[in-house]
Design a protein around this ligand. Structure first.
Ligand code: ZN
Length: 295
């Protein structure tokens, strides 16, 4: 008898942006409830999820490779072994995509949260998982997460999961870290600070020829709910009001210019477009293509 399959082929999806190829790599997903949401009526949030045929919060975790002008960057690194056993598959899926982590010369971080920066370092031996990469992020990120005064004021969970986890993951790269405020940070990639979720939270705009892709980081964590209620935030937003303002600004920017988007918590493979619907927004996944030149 032929056995039935029990596992997916690892999650890897390529998208061409002009001369650049962006590859979505799945780190897996994180299940949870909606109690971590803020500034939203939870009854209404549950209703939105039910109507989208998603009875609970299942958060995709994605990272993106950028192949540009003979170089390769990775945007974020997934969650390593810090969160749930359903995530932490970046290295496995890089291998499945035929990518040698040694050939990645730049890690662009959207921010220092464990589902983004906890795949930088193998803590069992302290070795960098991207041994030849320069670590690049907004200057506000280490300034915030390495601030002992801020850490003292944080609760136990965020002290461990955000401050300490961020520090131990980033520290092995301290002699190869480049901090920015804005501007071009990699060939064809411009940093678009979108502050609030964390003090240095940054989106990255990939542009080549007439094509653009906005990798918008953690602009949303629960896509269905936050496009319906853009003011809805998360308990772990450093600044809820600033995060909501940045989210609305980003929503309006990508709608007005009809920019293709990708996000760390959009459902894999994440390439989507956003449209305005009155005071709310609607998200549309892009159709899948096999041949990269067919887009
Ligand atoms: Zn995140």
């Amino acid at each position: 008898m032929t056995p039935q399959p029990t596992q997916q082929i690892p999650g890897v999806y390529h998208r061409k942006i002009g001369d650049i190829v962006v590859t979505a790599i799945s780190d897996g997903y994180l299940d949870g409830d909606l109690d971590v949401m803020r500034n939203v009526d939870l009854e209404k949030a549950h209703q939105v999820l039910r109507e989208a045929f998603r009875p609970a919060r299942r958060t995709s975790v994605n990272v993106f490779l950028i192949h540009s002008r003979g170089r390769m960057a990775i945007v974020d690194t997934g969650s390593g072994n810090y969160l749930l056993p359903t995530a932490g598959f970046v290295q496995r899926n890089l291998a499945a995509a035929g990518i040698d982590p040694n050939s990645i010369d730049t890690v662009l971080l959207t921010h220092m949260h464990p589902d983004h920066s906890a795949g930088l370092t193998d803590m069992s031996n302290g070795q960098r998982l991207f041994p030849n990469a320069e670590l690049v992020m907004h200057e506000n990120e280490p300034a915030h997460w390495f601030d002992d005064g801020g850490m003292t004021k944080a609760d136990e969970r965020s002290r461990k999961l955000y401050f300490l986890a961020g520090r131990e993951q980033v520290t092995p790269y301290r002699d190869r870290t480049r901090l920015f405020r804005q501007g071009e940070v990699f060939p064809g990639v411009t940093a678009v600070p979108s502050l609030g979720h964390t003090p240095g939270h940054t989106a990255y705009l990939v542009a080549s020829g007439n094509d653009q892709l906005m990798i918008w980081g953690d602009t949303v964590h629960v896509p269905e709910v936050q496009t319906a209620f853009p003011e809805a935030g998360m308990a772990f937003d450093t600044d809820l009001a600033a995060a909501a303002a940045s989210r609305k600004r980003m929503f309006d920017h990508v709608c007005a210019d009809r920019i293709l988007i990708a996000g760390m918590h959009l459902h894999f493979p994440a390439f989507s477009r956003l449209a305005r619907r009155g005071d709310a927004y609607a998200l549309f996944s892009e159709a899948w293509v096999h041949n990269l030149d067919a887009v």
